[in-house]
Design a binder for this molecule. Structure first.
Ligand SMILES: *Cc1c(COP(=O)(O)O)cnc(C)c1O
Length: 377
């Protein structure tokens, strides 16, 4: 080495030094733990999915998987009544969200029009969105939801207030039904939002199978609207990482151009295809989750919890008595894990994933017991 080498730290871009990574919910290994913190499905994948996936564990591991997830694209297109050129499959919908930021948003440095470098999203919603914007060096614009987590008013005409919805943002990310509130939005409201927006609108429907309505028709109607779906939550397939988006072929092609060549692993493609072969199995599970959700909502409301009516597989509650963080700890002591956000405006609440009926019963029993024996935790 002729000269001294620069420090490793100085080799990392300053932007990267300043980033805060997304914080996923914990995946602890505690025996007998009731895990209600990451919105996983309590029911296993269909036996057909497990058989198909196991049957694909063989010598073909030597080969690259299909680069465009072609069979899966075609099946999804058929399911949604569109053309395969309107579907893009990703390594989880998280990957497709990252692709959308890279394809539709300018980095802020050197960009003369602020709106072209702006990622807009509702607050609160999925906390990955600002992380993806920061990685790309884009601006963020968080638009507060209204009372009871309602959609904000859309500006009429082209001018926007500084705090309200920006019709010109390059990319708008809308979790619908919303997380962490669980609240659903109607297609009428969402269509108004889409019509009021001139940039790309992503309707992130990660939880839509537990909702009354879905907005797929808007992605097929408006060229600037994309609907995102995932196999993770409703289809018990987090482990395999498969998500997709549906929309105009021009937008899909842009995402296709920048993704990794083999972005979806082979077993993921096999598992997702087999999932689509057994939709009735999953529809039964959606019904069970929804029934448990309604039962748990009633039971917790009776115990003094304030529960936002949910269209998802989780409920967002304000517990009575001690602070939400104390509830988090007391429930954890009883081996029930829920999610708490140390975020202004959210820290008085807990997000509770809907598990099985037995898990919901146990949660209600533990809550009652805590209220009786340790009212101040
Ligand atoms: C879980 C979740 C995703 C990510 O799904 P993956 O397909 O597992 O990456 C995307 N958006 C929202 C709102 C989610 O809750």
């Amino acid at each position: 080495m002729p000269r001294s080498q620069p420090s490793p730290q100085s080799l990392v871009r300053p932007l990267v030094h300043g980033l805060h990574a997304y914080v996923p919910g914990e995946q602890p290994r505690i025996r007998g733990l009731i895990k209600l913190n990451t919105n996983e499905n309590p029911y296993p994948p269909s036996p057909r999915v497990l058989r198909a996936t196991q049957g694909a564990v063989d010598g073909r591991f030597r080969l690259y998987p299909n680069p465009t997830s072609q069979a899966l694209r075609e099946r999804l297109a058929k399911l949604h009544g569109c053309d395969p050129s309107q579907v893009l499959v990703g390594n989880g919908s998280d990957e497709v969200l990252a692709l959308a930021v890279r394809a539709f948003v300018e980095p802020e440095v050197g960009c003369r029009k602020a709106s072209k470098a702006t990622v807009q999203y509702l607050d609160p919603s999925y906390s990955l969105y600002p992380v993806l914007a920061a990685i790309h060096g884009a601006r963020t614009h968080a638009v507060p939801l209204g009372p009871d987590f309602a959609l904000p008013a859309m500006p009429s005409g082209k001018r926007a207030g500084r705090k309200g919805w920006n019709p010109e943002a390059a990319l708008s990310l809308v979790t619908t039904p919303n997380a962490p509130s669980g609240r659903g939005f109607t297609n009428t409201e969402l269509e108004t939002l889409c019509r009021a927006t001139r940039g790309v609108v992503v309707l992130d429907e990660a939880y839509v199978d537990f909702a009354r309505e879905n907005a797929l028709a808007l992605a097929l109607k408006y060229p600037h609207v994309l609907v995102f779906r995932t196999f993770s939550k409703a289809y018990s397939l987090c482990f395999q990482r498969v998500g997709y988006c549906v929309g105009h072929p021009e937008l899909i092609e842009a995402l296709d151009r920048i993704r990794d060549s083999y972005n979806v692993n082979g077993l993921g493609q096999v598992a997702a295809l087999a999932t689509l072969d057994d939709l009735p199995y999953y529809r039964r599970n959606f019904k069970r989750v929804i029934a448990t959700r309604e039962r748990l909502t009633t039971a917790l409301t009776a115990l003094g919890f304030s529960v936002v009516p949910s269209q998802t597989n989780f409920i967002f509650v304000r517990p009575p008595g001690p602070p939400a963080e104390s509830w988090l700890k007391s429930l954890r002591d009883q081996r029930i894990l829920v999610r708490w956000f140390r975020t202004p405006g959210l820290s008085d609440r807990l997000r509770i994933t809907i598990g099985s009926d037995a898990e919901a019963d146990r949660l209600v029993r533990v809550v009652r017991q805590l209220q009786r024996t340790r009212p101040n935790h």
